[in-house]
Design a binder for this molecule. Structure first.
Ligand code: ADP
Length: 443
């Protein structure tokens, strides 16, 4: 790229220089030509006023050092006088352009190139009162001569300019490319690198993406480590109990207890694997969310019914409130969302506690709130409980069959529906988690 920019710049400079040179020479030559013609006109007027007859001319101009040719042409184009060639030597001049226009309008000029002299010949003709035409002519450098004589000087300047531009182009491209090259080497160094205004938005985007990639990589790494750790615990238990049974150490009574433990741990493994699969599905855009109008109140009521037994087992009362509210959402995901929130509200509750699920409207927005009178969450943990595998009380979570992934799934679903999450909680009093949908219809 650097080479390309350099070449383009130099090529442009070369073309510009050439064009400037050509134009300068052309303008210079044009002005020069105008000047010569003007001079010739003055000469012709002077000579015209100076002479009265051809004899006059003979006396005044022949054999004198005059760097100008003077010719008098008769009415029929015959050369009557010429201070350089003798009388009658020259052919008929009637058709020469300057003579034709002098006869037409009183005066005329013409410029003709002479290859032998390598000169442009300038002719200026004026009509005399006696009907004859007086013509003065003079040779002057042609455009090529002007060009040739100035060429060396001009070429010298051009070469100098070209070298100067080469240095400048190199400096400019270096300055343009340097920050990019340095960043390519180390994206983290952006703050220390001297950049220029136009590059800043581009660099900020790259840096943000770089940070996101790094964050993503770190999260994946942590997730893998967590998954392995989470799977290891129940598997170790299963393997241990199975070994005890296999070696016959366990008595008949213990066999059934160990079998129950194996069963419980395998269930736990299954739940864990299901949650992991679910999260990776949500992560990898594989699950196309199919939004349809969904009655959130119906979903909340069925979920409450479904969890009634579990609530009773925990000594908790669960109830739904509100009215029919329609949101554009994926029905399956909504069921999952309500289930995860209610399940937590029961599991992290106290015996005799309550869980209230409400579906209602706040302004033009539909919301779902799951409120419990449970153990509550400390302020410092409130942000973090939506992280994967983050659990405030690990043993209680495990004891109640938690995986640490339920709220991560909730957060994912909420984001996919462009909804918002609100959490208010007080330790010992309870927790309320609200999902606020972007819009909806209440009835
Ligand atoms: P888990 O499977 O452990 O319940 P979640 O992702 O559902 O995982 O929840 C993460 C953590 O947040 C839980 O381990 C628990 O400590 C806390 N938590 C979630 N819901 C509640 C709630 N309603 N009351 C108190 N703590 C809660």
């Amino acid at each position: 790229m650097k080479k390309k920019i350099n070449t383009y710049l130099l090529f442009t400079v070369f073309l510009t220089l050439m064009a400037t040179l050509m134009i300068a020479v052309a303008i210079f030559h044009h002005m020069y030509r105008e000047q010569v013609i003007e001079d010739m006109q003055t000469y012709s007027y002077v000579v015209k006023n100076l002479i009265t007859s051809e004899e006059d001319l003979q006396g005044k101009f022949v054999d004198h050092e005059v760097d100008m040719r003077i010719t008098v042409i008769g009415e029929n184009g015959e050369v009557l006088f010429d201070n350089e060639a003798g009388e009658g030597v020259l052919d008929n001049h009637a058709q020469r352009p300057e003579i034709v226009s002098a006869r037409d309008s009183g005066e005329g000029y013409s410029v003709r190139h002479s290859d032998t002299l390598e000169q442009d010949m300038y002719y200026y003709a004026v009509m005399l009162e006696n009907g004859k035409v007086l013509r003065v002519s003079k040779g002057a450098s042609s455009i090529w001569r002007v060009f040739k004589s100035t060429m060396i000087g001009l070429a010298g300047i051009a070469v100098l300019m070209f070298i100067l531009c080469m240095v400048l182009a190199r400096y400019l491209t270096e300055n343009l490319i340097r920050p990019i090259e340095r960043l390519a080497g180390n994206l983290g160094e952006m703050e220390e690198i001297d950049t220029y205004e136009e590059l800043v938005p581009f660099l900020s985007t790259i840096q943000e993406q770089h940070k996101d990639i790094m964050k993503g990589a770190k999260m994946r790494q942590e997730f893998t480590a967590n998954v392995s750790h989470e799977l290891k615990t129940p598997l170790t238990s299963i393997s241990g109990y199975a070994e005890l049974i296999e070696t016959g150490i366990a008595g008949e009574k213990e066999v059934s207890r160990f079998a129950r433990e194996i069963h419980r741990n395998s269930d736990r493994l299954l739940t864990l694997i299901n949650d992991i699969i679910r999260l990776s599905e949500l992560d990898s855009d594989m699950t196309q969310i199919s939004c349809t109008p969904v009655n959130l109140y119906d979903i909340a009521t069925s979920c409450v019914e479904m969890l009634q037994l579990s609530a009773e087992n925990h000594g908790v009362t669960i109830a739904s409130h509100g009215f029919r509210c329609i949101v554009q959402a994926d029905k399956g995901m909504m069921e999952e969302l309500v289930y995860n929130l209610c399940d937590n509200a029961i599991r992290y509750n106290n015996a005799g506690g309550r869980v209230d699920v409400t579906v209602s409207m706040r302004g033009s927005r539909v919301y779902l709130s799951v409120k419990d009178t449970g153990i509550g969450i400390q302020e410092k943990d409130q942000e973090r409980i939506f992280e994967r595998f983050y659990r405030v009380d690990k043993s209680r979570s495990k004891l109640t069959g938690g995986t640490g992934l339920g709220l991560a799934i909730v957060k994912h679903i909420v984001a996919q529906h462009h909804a918002e999450l609100e959490l208010t909680s007080e330790v010992g009093k309870g927790t309320e988690i609200t999902v606020l949908f972007p819009e909806g219809i209440g009835a």
